[in-house]
Design a protein. Structure first.
Length: 200
């Protein structure tokens, strides 16, 4: 039986870095399905402006149409408080005991994984799929992955580096960052006037 990948994020907005990762995971033979999961209240991030829940959910729904394995999952909107990955993983495993889950991480997430809420318990509950990023040195990335594995984490590294995209930059200048957005997302943001108060 294959794995169910959890692809979570704030998606504020959903940009081409997210899209590249999703596209790659969708092509992996050992992945049966992907749960595209927007955070309700991201615990690790403070940002200048968080788009409304309905808009971040809709961006994920729009993107999910592009991939046969992707399903929109709103489990983090069904409970109160911050969206800790550990709590989400336990809830998913309880709801779907017949599924084997893995968690998709970008290179920036891997570098801080050992600082996550209940990290030591989390790595006992779920495996990880990790991507590198172009702005992170390969030696630094490899050293971090080895360190996490030494702590007991089960990490599969995908041999593809993802472009570093600044969500803040996009929020501040959608027109200038049009190339950093999937076309459908660009037009959605324009149509709804999202982030317009951020424009410089």
């Amino acid at each position: 039986m294959g794995l169910t990948a959890i692809f979570g994020g704030t998606f504020n907005p959903f940009h081409i870095g997210h899209y590249e990762m999703l596209e790659t995971v969708n092509q992996l033979d050992f992945i049966d399905e992907i749960l595209l999961m927007p955070d309700r209240i991201p615990p690790h991030k403070e940002c200048d402006f968080l788009a409304g829940d309905e808009h971040r959910i809709e961006m994920c729904r729009i993107i999910s149409e592009d991939f046969k394995k992707v399903k929109l999952c709103l489990i983090e909107f069904e409970r109160e408080g911050k969206s800790y990955t550990y709590d989400t993983v336990l809830e998913l495993k309880t709801k779907f005991p017949d599924k084997n889950f893995t968690f998709v991480c970008g290179g920036d997430m891997i570098t801080t994984l050992d600082k996550w809420y209940k990290f030591e318990e989390l790595i006992k509950e779920i495996s990880f799929i990790s991507f590198g990023r172009f702005e992170i040195l390969q030696e630094q990335f490899d050293k971090k992955v080895k360190s996490l594995k030494d702590m007991g984490a089960d990490i599969t590294v995908i041999d593809k580096k993802i472009i570093a995209v600044s969500s803040t930059q996009i929020r501040n200048d959608i027109e200038g960052c049009k190339h950093l957005l999937p076309e459908k997302i660009y037009y959605y943001l324009k149509d709804k006037g999202i982030y317009i108060e951020n424009q410089i």
